[in-house]
Design a protein. Structure first.
Length: 488
């Protein structure tokens, strides 16, 4: 499909005025294309040759609209840091419409498009820094096999935008199968628009739960909550296994289909620290790394309450009680894969917990340790692993390796097969904050090649890419714990 042939539909906007407002974007006067994501172009069914089309700069900032586009600001609310806020909505983003490809519907969402009825006191803009971070984060999570929204393009400008200091405005076209949040259901519940809420439940079920066709509104609402609970459990298990901290898990930042959504002050762990807080505005540690499963459950409780007009308390409670076992199961599966274990044993949880305690006490680099473990074949000394562990913890490492060796022996583990599996499970390249900062600083200076290089590495994070070894290095001390705010 040529770019000129792309025509958008509007299933969500057509639901009605209860769900938002149609509004035109505020384009940049002098836009320029910074990057276009060839993988997402292919996902949408657009010819790869169209990546060089000069129209992307205008399309990516709203100066030109896709055929049929009717930009729409979505209305929702949500709990922010545990407090309900009724004044939320798409304050700087517009749903441009949807593309249908191979039976799937992809929504295009323009972020940084200017003020909407829900902007409150904001300027409706995004800056290059935060736009690059979201662009890369979607590729990083997707590359690791964790569900996430993605982005099609970044467009820059010379428009000044004030955050902590004066920066340049940028826009991003975000791509997702659905932009519906927990907060959409909270908004309709707290404003007593239950008919509209039933309409939205039915729309989600038609798209993602076709087996619910013909069921009552209550049965559909319960099925949707079970679906969202399962997806959310798998999502947070992936975050915990891969060392990803979201940073601001408000209910308005939670996707009803279980995508990682609305990137702000996120971070991947460098040194393993379960108490890590990546958002410098999170003074109580509500969204610390180790708190994420509990916070996601809290958010699911808020969603369940918003569905209480349709689902009984007993059914809601039963749905939510499934969450912890689902998280534990999904997390155990991921960690066995990271450890190269082909079969499940009763003591695997203890083996994993012992390792994580060792990594925490040693302040070991999380990703680099697991990548080194993929090459371990029982040698002594295990030099590559010892180099990841502090001197004071070397004996503890030997003790753990003895347990690990016995565990591998019990399943007659073959090194070559295990090595292949672990190298395809433990990434060499992750989106460390110091790398993101390096890319941002280059882009702010007009050099976009580092952005493209890192994007490509994150799309194939398990491959060796020997020509890019420096991108796999552990950060310097100055590159750890870079302060991040919600404007990140």
């Amino acid at each position: 499909m040529k770019l000129s042939e792309v025509t958008l539909s509007h299933h969500y906007a057509d639901l009605g005025d209860a769900f938002g407002r149609q509004i035109a974007p505020t384009p940049f006067a002098h836009p320029h294309l910074i990057d276009i994501n060839p993988v997402v172009i292919q996902l949408l069914g657009i010819n790869s040759a169209e990546a060089s089309n000069p129209d992307w700069a205008k399309l990516g900032c709203g100066a030109k609209l896709f055929n049929g586009s009717r930009p729409f600001a979505m209305k929702y609310t949500g709990h922010q840091f545990g407090v309900y806020n009724p004044d939320l909505g798409d304050g700087r983003a517009l749903l441009l419409g949807e593309i249908e490809k191979a039976g799937r519907r992809w929504e295009l969402h323009l972020k940084g498009a200017g003020q909407t009825p829900y902007s409150r006191f904001g300027d409706g803009r995004a800056v290059l820094r935060s736009t690059i971070r979201e662009y890369l984060a979607g590729e990083a999570l997707n590359g690791l096999g964790i569900r996430s929204t993605r982005a099609l393009s970044i467009v820059g400008s010379d428009e000044p935008v004030t955050r902590e200091h004066i920066e340049r405005g940028a826009m991003l076209i975000r791509v997702a199968e659905s932009h519906v949040r927990f907060g959409h259901f909270e908004y309709l519940f707290y404003t007593k628009q239950l008919q509209a809420q039933q309409q939205l439940i039915g729309d989600i079920c038609r798209r993602f739960l076709p087996g619910t066709h013909g069921l009552s509104a209550g049965e559909q609402a319960e099925a949707m909550l079970r679906f969202t609970t399962q997806r959310s459990a798998e999502l947070v298990a992936g975050w915990q296994a891969e060392g990803f901290a979201h940073g601001v898990l408000n209910t308005d930042n939670m996707s009803i289909i279980g995508d990682t959504f609305d990137y702000g002050p996120y971070a991947f762990l460098d040194d393993y620290d379960p108490t890590f807080i990546c958002n410098h505005s999170d003074h109580t540690g509500r969204y610390a790394f180790e708190q994420q499963p509990g916070v996601v459950l809290w958010n699911l409780n808020a969603l369940a309450h918003a569905l209480s007009g349709f689902v009984s308390v007993e059914a809601l409670r039963d749905c939510l009680e499934q969450f912890q076992p689902q998280v534990s199961h999904a997390y155990a599966e991921r960690m066995r894969a990271k450890l190269g274990l082909a079969v499940e044993e009763e003591g695997d949880q203890a083996l994993c917990a012992e390792l994580l305690q060792l990594l925490q006490q040693s302040q070991a680099d999380y990703a680099r340790f697991f990548r080194a473990l993929a090459h371990y074949r029982g040698e002594r000394p295990a030099q590559a692993l010892r180099e990841c562990i502090a001197t004071a913890q070397q004996d503890a490492l030997e003790h753990w390796l003895e347990h690990y060796d016995r565990r591998l022996a019990r399943e007659h583990s073959d090194f070559r097969a295990r090595n292949r599996t672990m190298l395809a499970t433990n990434p060499k390249y992750i989106l460390r904050n110091y790398l993101a900062q390096k890319v941002i600083e280059a882009a702010e200076g007009g050099d976009y090649q580092p952005l493209r290089t890192l994007r490509q590495l994150l799309q194939t994070p398990f491959d060796e890419h020997p020509q890019h070894e420096t991108w796999a290095c552990a950060p310097p001390e100055s590159g750890k714990r870079i302060p991040l705010s919600c404007s990140s």
